[in-house]
Design a protein around this ligand. Structure first.
Ligand code: KG4
Ligand code: ZN
Length: 337
């Protein structure tokens, strides 16, 4: 039995969740700042952290109110310790430390990507060995998980993360931030008529999206210079087709090479309809996608990862520092990594 409060504030969302045991999610409050950052075309870190300071108390109060629990009932407090924006991380970290200290309960520092992966366990147990396909604004990785909470990165992007490539292409096409969801929608309204380069089309598990992104951007600029119009829906469909086909093929290839039982798709881009279509219908491996509401950043996913850490007694001291960059592999529990 456990009652865990988790706080996530690594980027532009301030979120607090309360999770009883493994999947009884009592609250998951998310205060998004997208409308503020939209006008700048991307997240402004200084504004993000200032807004977090303004919203953290209200978000926590709302989480306790929705869950109908009192702070004294908590068994542990968890927080995203990184990676992310340093100022944003600090706000969640200070709030979590204060609560853990005042309540005298165990304190758990969670890797943001472990959170994205374990969001899937809010619905169903992961079967090991598993392969996590992490696709977000900051990461594109294939992570082999031999057992629970063990992480081995077997492939990653050499340049842009896939969400970053979506957002940059979206910006050049004049779409609002973040470009990912809008491009995904447009892709479904168009046809893949444009011929774009297929990135790192080899047998490796690594990715590269800067060439593909630049090809789309150049195509748009050249058309603008010649006074030609492009069909934005078709360009979105062409970009999505190449990007998601590459990701899906590599993930499925890796899953078969590694002999895993489950593929877990994780991170904001796991909301992508094109990716969901490409990955579905496999007969030899189960592909798990988190429910849409747990795809982009939220504290429920941090609570889900914290629950695993709680069961393994992976507690930390209150001098924990935020880590803007750090390695997921170092978070593994157990020796068999
Ligand atoms: O995981 P997340 O919320 O934040 C990070 O940890 O990075 O992911 C945000 C990213 C953004 O780049 C956003 O454009 C992208 O996920 N994204 C999508 C979709 N929904 C969100 N990209 C493609 N298709 C989508 N449907
Ligand atoms: Zn994220």
């Amino acid at each position: 039995m456990s009652l865990i409060l988790a706080i996530e504030s690594s980027c532009d969302e301030m979120s607090a969740a309360i999770l009883r045991d493994k999947r009884n999610l009592l609250a998951n409050v998310v205060a998004s700042q997208i409308d503020i950052h939209k006008q700048y075309g991307g997240v402004v870190p200084e504004i993000a952290s200032r807004k977090h300071v303004e919203s953290v108390a209200a978000v926590l109060r709302e989480a306790f109110r929705t869950a109908g629990v009192k702070p004294e009932e908590l068994d542990a407090v968890a927080v995203t310790k990184g990676p992310g924006l340093v100022g944003s991380l600090h706000v969640g970290m200070q709030a979590a430390k204060t609560l853990a200290l005042a309540l005298n309960v165990p304190f758990i520092g969670v890797h943001h990507i472990a959170g994205h992966i374990y969001a899937n366990e809010l619905v169903e147990d992961i079967r090991y060995p598993a392969l996590a396909l992490v696709v977000s604004g900051g990461h594109t990785e294939l992570v082999y998980m031999k057992h629970e909470f063990s992480f081995e990165i077997i492939g990653e992007t050499f340049d842009d993360a896939i969400g970053e490539a979506y957002d940059k292409v979206g910006r050049v096409l004049g779409l609002p931030y973040p470009g990912g969801p809008v491009l995904d929608k447009m892709a479904h309204e168009g046809e893949p008529t444009y011929d774009l380069p297929r990135p790192l089309d080899d047998g490796s598990f690594n990715f590269s999206f800067s060439g593909l992104k630049s090809a789309v951007i150049n195509l748009k600029h050249n058309a603008d210079q010649r006074g030609e119009t492009i069909n934005a829906e078709n360009l979105a469909a062409s970009f999505q087709e190449v990007a998601m086909d590459t990701i899906a093929k590599k993930a499925l290839h890796a899953a078969r090479e590694m002999g895993v039982r489950d593929i877990i798709v994780a991170g904001g881009v796991s909301a992508n309809k094109g990716l969901r279509e490409k990955m579905s219908g496999q007969s030899d491996v189960r592909v798990m996608f988190p429910p849409m509401k747990y795809c982009t950043d939220n504290a429920a996913m941090i609570a889900a990862a914290a629950k695993v850490m709680y069961d393994h007694k992976q507690f930390t001291t209150l001098d924990l520092a935020v880590r803007p960059h750090f390695d997921l592999e170092a978070e593994s529990i157990g020796e068999e990594v």
